[in-house]
Each structure stands twice: as C-alpha cells, then as structure tokens.
Design a protein around this ligand. Structure first.
Ligand code: G16
Length: 545
C-alpha cells in the first residue's frame, strides 16, 4: 500500500476554495479563518514529511493569526529547535496549499519526497496547538485529518501561546540530548522561566505591580498560570483585557499591535503616572511597555527600547565577566527608529545589522552573532547565544567574585530567555529582571535616547503583490517610479525617512515614516501613503491626515 493511499480520500473532505490563492508569508499562512481548512489540512501533510526529512524529529504546527483580526486565522510550521520553518520549504507549503485537486496534492507530496530524498519508513511526529480564535476548532479538525492521513504520531498541546508551542517542540527534540531544553508541558515552561527569574532578582528591592493588557487572547490565562507558578511578590501583576470567551474582542482596541500602531493605551485604560504597563498581542509573541508621565503624556517602550535595554545589560555583563572575545550584537528591521540605531552604534558601540521583516529573517542574522539580540520595533524578538558563546561561557574561569557573579548571571539568563522564538512572557520576565536589578522605573529606562516621531499607516490596494522591495525592504523596485516619489517626499523633511512594503500577514501595504517633529512625520507619512494610493491602485478611502 502506498504511503499516500489515504491522502486523496481525506483531502476530499477539505476542498480548496477555488477563488483563493494562498501564500506562505511573513509568519505562515494568514487570511480569513474559515477559508483555511484545506490549507491547514495540507500543512499537516507537510509537517509529516518535514518530520520524516528530519529523521523523525518533532515538527510543530501552530494555528494562529497572532495580532490579526479575530475573523482571520493562520497556520505555520515550526522546525525541530523551535525555530521557524526552513525557508526552502516555504515554497512547498505554497505549492501544496494551491493544488487544484486531491490527486495533485498527492503528486506534490511525491515530488517533495523525491526532491528531498525522504525515507517514508521513518515515523513522523508532530506537536500542535492553537490560539483562542473561533475558527480554531474547525481548523484543528482539518489538521488532525491531515495527520491521520499520514498516520502521524501526533501530540495536541491544546490552547497555548505560540511561543509555548515553539518551546514544547524544542523540549521534545532535546529530551534525550546532553542539554535538554526543559519539560514539554505548561508547568515545565512556567517552572523553567519562573525559577530563572527568581534566581536573578533574589535579594533586590520589590518592583511595583505590572499592569498587563493581554489583548483578550491566550496570553491572559497563560500569564496568570505563570504568576501562580512564580508565586512571589517579585511578579505582582494585574491582567486586563483577559476576556477570551466573548466573541469579537480579540486584539480589538487593545494589545501590542494596537498600542504600537496607534501610540496610545488600550481603550478603556487610563494610565496612572508612575505605574507600569505592558501589552501582549493575541498569541503572546509580542510585547511593548508604556507609561504616562506627570503631564499625562503617553510614552511607548517598543521593541527597539527592549532591544537596547537588553543589549546594554548583556554587554555590561560580558564586560564584567571578563570574557573579552564575546561580542553582543543587535539585529533590527527597517522599522527600527533611527534614534535607536544611532544609540546602538554610537553610544553602546555594538554592531547592528538589518534584516527583512519577519522573525525568521532576524533569527537567522542573530544566529551569526555570538550573542545576538533581535527585536522588531513591534515588540517581537529574543536573544540567541550561539554555540561558540556557550563554549566561552563554559570555559570562563572567574578571577573575582564579581566575574563569577556576571558569568553566573549570563548562564541564568539563558534559562530565562526563550531562544526558540520571540516570546512576550519570557521577554517580559527579562525586562522585569533588568529593571529590578538596575532599580529602574520605566522613565529611567526610556531616558537612554529619544525616539524620532514615527508613524505607521496601512494602504489597501487592488494587488499588493506588485510591490517588490530591496535593501532589507527599505527601497521599492516596483511599482515603477514610486520609489522616486518617496525619495522626493523624504527629502523635504528634516531627518525624514520613509519606506513602503507589502504586508505578509494582512491584505495591505504598510507605510512607515519618521521625521524630526510629529507634524513633519505625519505630513510625510500621509504624503507617501497618498502616493501609494494614487500610483498603485488604492482601494477605499484615500489616506488623509
Ligand atoms: C508577524 C511576524 C512578525 C511581523 C508581523 C508583521 O507577527 O511574526 O515578524 O513583524 O507579522 O508582518 P507584516 O508587516 O509582514 O504583516 P505576528 O505577531 O502577527 O506573528
């Protein structure tokens, strides 16, 4: 019997909508949830082959649309160390998602087996989970059919955050190694990160309450479990926007994307000066902090501020540890505020590189650094210690108690940081640790540098696939002539910078702008957005200030 003999029959239960073309984008497939049944079924088939191509290591499948609207959903595959799917497999995902018939699905599977030299006698293993979206159960059923069609050894992790699923995958694949990552359970996750946090803050002054906006998503129940596991006044939280039961609330007027994009607090939250606030997104893979000053002015501490805080702390620990050839580096995207890049280069004197949007792109750049901190401005990121850094830490022989303490802290930080992917809860514990150890308020953290006023707009166009970019997405190569117009607009504003790129998670084109003053920044952003609308088939209302 052929390995694929049951595929066509199962596939027939999940027909592909004829009028939709799917694409594996910035973070997997994302679109209207109920249209994704065939895609998720087929993602299950591919996860099985990917596992077999990796000698039976566990592959993850996460059903989520993260920061996107509740009606949307998505699916992405997670590679054995908890990292995003290897990019060379993304085209297989796109191809199989768009196969027009059940037989074609089987043909594509056969093609991949041949091309990748996959041994089909290897038992495939897949771990999967979903977020709280209403289309989740339907899509989970489709996934389970895909896994059943290939007789996969499957583990359902239920409703968890995206980074938790990444963590579980890494734990499962390292369980029998010399350095197991942790226990592949929620309790194991909470224990690992919670205990590392407590080891790092022990004996320091207690912080004030942290107000957490959980975007009415899965981060709400999970962060409460984390707090219960930590069980200490060092992690004293108040969770808002925690309603995962009422339809229509996920990510609406709250959450990290709302706060970052609109540069204001979640609706219904009145910020009290001196208090501390942060927001997760719908699947808790992003985090931003914020506060109000005494004049009631809102201040955002986004991914750039987190990366500079973390890079400074790591750099100082490396110096204190006396390990001279250990280098901390920072990876950013074009969205990084110009002030943050100058601060990293000129004040911190750390190397920084730019990557295209998408955690998968930043992650690969950070892997090349000995200690690489990567964060997108939207609050998505983490820190990676490469094997040479780990070896140097292992080999380090402290010559003083201060050196021993710094080395010990660097080791413990590795247990606090989710190295598999950007993780709001682990990043939050990292930020809390640094603030507690420094005795800093959010204002003191914010004082390192001042952001240039910046603005992020969305323009809906007839076909965003005509937008092509180069230079880490900072320049357009298509549509013809548009980049010249952007350049001429930018030249009119002091410290002006702007770029245009198609979103990989929403049906929209994104316009970013920054300039010396708020009014110049807004003028530039709307002028560029207007040019995009006029020159590239804008739909709906023309963007206007
Ligand atoms: C996802 C990706 C992020 C990316 C964001 C926006 O975030 O994981 O790396 O920055 O989408 O991407 P785009 O501008 O292409 O729409 P999340 O939080 O939705 O998973």
């Amino acid at each position: 019997m052929s390995a694929f003999s049951q595929v066509a029959e199962y596939s027939a239960k999940h027909p592909k909508p004829a009028d939709i073309t799917f694409e594996y984008g910035t973070a997997g497939f994302r679109t209207i949830g109920v249209t994704l049944e065939s895609t998720v079924f087929r993602a299950g088939l591919l996860a099985a082959l990917r596992s077999q191509s990796k000698q039976g290591q566990v592959i993850g499948v996460m059903i989520t649309a993260s920061h996107n609207h509740e009606r949307d959903n998505g699916v992405k595959l997670v590679d054995p160390m908890g990292e995003m799917l290897q990019q060379s497999w993304e085209s297989y995902c796109t191809d199989i998602a768009n196969a027009g018939s059940d037989d074609q699905v089987v043909d594509i599977l056969s093609y991949i087996v041949e091309k990748e030299g996959i041994d089909l006698s290897v038992r495939a293993k897949v771990a999967y989970a979903r977020d709280t979206r209403p289309s989740g159960p339907l899509l989970q059923k489709a996934l389970e059919d895909g896994l059943a069609a290939l007789d996969v050894d499957a583990a359902n992790f239920g409703i968890v955050t995206t980074p938790q699923l990444h963590y579980f995958v890494r734990c499962l694949n390292t369980a029998n190694s010399t350095s197991p990552y942790g226990e592949p359970t929620e309790a194991g996750y909470n224990k690992k990160y919670g205990q590392a946090f407590l080891r790092l803050v022990e004996g320091k002054p207690l912080p004030s309450t942290l107000h957490i906006d959980a975007a009415n998503g899965v981060g709400a129940p999970q962060v409460l479990k984390l707090a219960e596991a930590i069980g200490s006044p060092y992690f004293n939280i108040d969770v808002q926007n925690s309603d995962t039961a009422t339809l229509g609330k996920l990510n609406i007027d709250c959450g990290a994307d709302h706060v970052k994009s609109n540069q204001r607090p979640p609706a219904g939250t009145t910020l009290v000066p001196g208090e501390r606030y942060c927001s997760f997104d719908g699947d808790a893979d992003r985090i931003v902090y914020y506060y109000s000053d005494d004049n009631g002015v809102f201040h955002l501490l986004d991914g750039d501020k987190i990366s500079t805080l973390v890079a400074t702390y790591l750099r100082d620990l490396v110096t204190a540890a006396g390990i001279s050839d250990l280098q901390v580096g920072v990876v950013q995207t074009a969205y990084a505020n110009g002030s943050s890049t100058s601060y990293i280069k000129d004040t911190l004197r750390l190397p920084t590189v730019f990557a295209k949007t998408g955690v998968k792109n930043l992650h690969h750049e950070a892997e090349k650094m000995s200690i690489g901190a990567y964060f997108e401005a939207n609050g998505h990121g983490t820190v990676l210690f490469n094997p040479s850094a780990v070896a140097k830490l292992q080999a380090a022989r402290p010559e003083s108690p201060a050196q021993a303490d710094a080395i010990n802290r660097l080791w413990t930080l590795r247990d606090l940081i989710n190295e598999s992917v950007g993780d709001a809860m682990s990043d939050m514990l990292l930020v809390e640790t640094i603030l507690i150890c420094k005795g800093w308020t959010l204002e003191q953290w914010d004082a390192a540098y001042t952001d240039l006023p910046n603005c992020l707009l969305k323009v809906v166009v007839n076909d965003r696939s005509i937008f092509k970019t180069t230079d880490a997405e900072q320049q357009l190569t298509s549509p013809p002539g548009l980049q010249n117009v952007v350049n001429s607009l930018v030249a009119k504003f002091s410290k002006g910078r702007s770029f245009v790129r198609p979103s990989g998670t929403e049906d929209a084109v994104r316009v970013y702008a920054e300039a010396a003053s708020r009014s110049e920044c807004d003028q530039l952003a709307y002028a560029v957005a207007g040019a995009v609308f006029d020159m590239a088939g804008g739909r709906g209302e023309r963007p206007a200030e």
